[in-house]
Write a protein that binds this ligand. Sequence first.
Ligand SMILES: *Cc1c(COP(=O)(O)O)cnc(C)c1O
Length: 423
Amino acid sequence: MQFSFDTTPELAQQLDEQDILASFKHSFVFPHQNDKPVIYFCGNSLGLQPKNFETAIQTESQSWRELAVSGYFSGKNPWLYYQDYISPSLAKIVGAAPEEVTVMNTLTVNLHLLMLSFYRPTQQRYKIIMEAGAFPSDQYAVETLVKHFGFDPAQSIIEITPLNNEKILSTENIINIIAENSEALALVMLGGMNYYTGQFFDLQSITDAAHKAGAVAGFDLAHVAGNIPIRLHDWNVDFAAWCSYKYLNAGPGAVGGVFIHEKHCSNTSFPRLGGWWGNDEKIRFKMEKGFNPKPTAAGWNMSTAQVFNMVGLKASLEIFDAAGMYNIRQKSIQLTAYLEYLLQQLHNIAFEIITPKDINARGAQLSLFFSEKGREIHDKMLDNNIIVDYREPGVIRVAPAPLYCSYTDVYTFYRILKDEFND
Ligand SMILES: *Cc1c(COP(=O)(O)O)cnc(C)c1O
């Protein structure tokens, strides 16, 4: 895709006028600072609150207040089926059938539960491949999982590191390492997008390679869900899990999402840890002996639907349905390319964009490594009402989420860098 950008403020304005998603900004609540709404580039950490959240919460509060236990079967959204209101929209976002998707618990918990289903190590086949520098929670999950099975993490976990001082991983290298380990490999478990570099991996090729090696492919999609459209079913991914509070804007600690491929979830004998909410609804309340899971991803549900933890996701997905994941991605590609273009015009600032240049290998986020003044730049942005994320040693992650960030927002960020630091 070719764009022609320039550094004039008029261009930013013009791009905003042409933006078919521009009005979605008004579907969100912006925190205020110095009596002004902030420019928010932290949707990769915690998305903004959708305006329809407040009413959605009140609806369930009213059902509880007025219906009490009958709220499970009556009211606007009978709670018994609450997960079913969410799966169809969520399935569209990750490219799955509604039956392959469910919501439950939170991300790290779900990673554990899914790995317990899919990682069935033997003395011959017990190794797990993940990316070096994975999100800490994922590292701890995999480390404690292999220990749980009595294996030594140092012998069992293979971490893929970038070649020759590069910051990003090459797909070829990932695939080679998978092939080299095919004899003992049980599971490939990568973050679909690295939270730090913003690199989006080629999930389809990695899945194919894992299968060829006789292993299972699972992904943590925390930074992918709602950011990049994917096709988990067609790509034959075995399982995936993600959180809903980043690009999906469902609120802090909101319910996590889970994908289990139809070829696995339709098999009610597939190993899992079960609970009554995963049991066939028709016989759930008979309270009989013997677990009869639903033949869908929901067969992994355990506990009563956490309604108040799901309200935010249900509300937020109405916005995704209205905007459409395709449009969101089209805007995102252009918005992030615009940010990249503007940054490339700043020749007197010592920094490097560590996120891949290839638009197919990244989403909304650009990670900028400042060899000096990183902290100072972050603080200056904050003084100017711009919220970005800072990580030692000098990385600022800028994530213009297309649903509520504009071209003018990106331009404003650039102008502060140019006016304050580019001399
Ligand atoms: C955000 C994030 C998490 C957080 O997990 P929780 O269980 O929701 O706290 C885990 N893994 C990755 C890759 C993340 O980006």
